[in-house]
Design a protein around this ligand. Sequence first.
Ligand code: SIN
Length: 487
Amino acid sequence: MHYLNDPKLFRQQCYINGEWVAASSGHTFDITNPSDGSVIGSAPLLDGFEINSAIEAAHRSLPEWKRKTAKERSLILKHWVRLIMNHQEDLATIVTLEQGKPFKDAKGEITYGASYIEWFAEEAKRIYGEIIPTNHPGNRILVSKDPIGVCAAITPWNFPFTMVTRKIAPAIAAGCTIVLKPSEKTPFSALALAELSRRAGLPKGVLNVVTGDPAKIGGILSTHPLIRKLTFTGSTAVGKHLLKNCAETIKKVSLELGGHAPFIIFDDADIDSAVKGAMISKYRNAGQTCVCANRFIVHDAVYDIFTQKLVEQVQKLSVADGFAEGAQLGPLIDRASLDKIDIQIQDAVSKHARILAGGNIHALGGTFFQPTVIGDVTADMRISHEETFGPVAPVSRFHTEQEAIQIANNTESGLAAYLYTKDISRIFRISESLEYGIVSVNTGIFSNEAAPFGGVKQSGIGREGSKYGIEEFVEIKQICIGGILPS
Ligand code: SIN
């Protein structure tokens, strides 16, 4: 175990109603370091009644929390941000241990995650209502935005810190209470965050963190009548299942699901800038983000120069344990992720794609994979239709603008798309034609707390971050007041 300045941040219990609790059965499950498979700790395997008790705690604490002024909530959230930044090194150590990403990137993730709490601490004060004039002179319509109530959040392993803050910060800021289930692969970042919320003065029951069997907990959170809102980031298959479950009690739902991002490069693009954008978009987090470029679609005239320059950069990447000096790519999260990539590559090669860089398990073994570039990719290959979630860049050619748009939109996913061109009219034309929630033009990275994040089609429902993110956690109420004019 790597040394923590504050070992009390490494919690191996659940956080329910302001108390650290084990499963009453005593059952736990192990969490391993993806870099070497070693066990770094264990977390409680809670039973159904214990999940219910977390929901009830959130329900009990709701009236008092939502009565607080926005400024009171904001001050607690800001205190939480200060504590997070004071413990940045420890929190980053926990992220690297359980997720595998390079320590430098983990530190970046703590800053990124904290920025959502800071942002929503301010947005809490801007949940404005309205007065609407009516066609009846003696009436006025008041519109208020009320906290939706008890929320549930289910978060993934790829950003074990930020995917949590991006969901719980707007909920708490809006006056909701919440039950969080972090990924069973990476619960310790969320539990450390809960410990800091306690120190920041967040009242008991406002944030509850539960761990255990994902199917069981997901089943309870998506069907429990006291939960009014469910927010989930993860696979499209699980998202569909949760959405169906939520129908029974008509919960408000936000889903951030799979992506299949096209990265389109036109012949007038700045190729060095496109390569820089490709590197960050594709190889960030070892290719394990929902918005990673998943298909490079390159104009025939610049295909050769782009692939040559991309390969040069990819071959310089340092693959290593997250704590190693200079590490740029850590391991994949598990063996199943590695196998999926392997199958996609073998399928592509069997259909005449060419490996231009990498293509194999890395010499470090385990779940380390070589950063890979594959050329001559065609539409009949699995990699052209499936999300990869790994460090593999498949490159194909196009000749006309219409062809590029058709290839890019030929998917049920619609999270992020990238576009490189210097032609301003083309930027508008293509951006408006792309069926995606995010279009990133001449840059490989766009995520930040001020920007709306979310997808269309089967990539999801709702937006996170930005002024829109908090709207997901409020309900609009109309108060119609009559008798204003004397009769
Ligand atoms: C994700 O993979 O869902 C998050 C990526 C990001 O925040 O940029």
